[in-house]
Design a protein. Structure first.
Length: 174
């Protein structure tokens, strides 16, 4: 069945739409997690366990909120309960919300092993999330046929958006 779209997927959006939804969720999670990471880094004296729990609970909370919203909106918009395939699709498209926690969890683990301070690990995580936004911007620019220069401009714009989230959180304090 390689190269063909399953009937369920064809009826509810193709491969590009699923990729778009997954990436949208990942970018949304990155922006949300940025604010949490900055708050934790500013928080004074966080513990490794408390910081890890905050990161994991943030990712889980985003994921669960998305599931609840999608599954509650479905019967209102479509006048029927979601099919098992539609539930599976929601689980699949929302799963990148969980992956936003992987990088920070690794950094917290390195900090717990004594390789760097916890605050440093959090700021490295912030930088990594901003860099990921830049990479998605560059990749998007290239995918639409933009040359390296225009794709770099898109990456810079995405970086500015990520830094704006960081700046707003820094202004607001923790």
């Amino acid at each position: 069945m390689s190269g063909t779209t399953p009937p369920e997927e064809a009826a509810h959006g193709g491969r590009a739409e699923v990729l778009e939804e997954r990436l949208k969720e990942r970018i949304y999670a990155s922006l949300t997690l940025l604010a949490v990471l900055v708050g934790l880094a500013q928080g004074g004296h966080p513990t490794h366990v408390g910081t890890l729990v905050s990161v994991v609970v943030t990712a889980l909370g985003l994921w669960l909120a998305t599931l609840v919203a999608d599954l509650q909106a479905h019967p209102v918009a479509r006048r029927r309960w979601p099919t098992p395939w539609e539930i599976k699709r929601v689980l699949f498209t929302s799963s990148p919300l969980l992956t936003c926690a992987v990088g920070p969890m690794l950094m917290i683990g390195l900090s717990a092993a004594g390789l760097l301070g916890l605050t440093t690990a959090l700021w490295v995580s912030v930088g990594s999330e901003v860099a990921a936004l830049a990479l998605w911007g560059f990749a998007g620019g290239r995918r639409v046929g933009a040359g390296p220069w225009r794709a770099t401009v898109t990456a810079v714009l995405n970086t500015v958006i990520g830094l704006a989230v960081v700046f707003v959180k820094l202004l607001a304090g923790h």
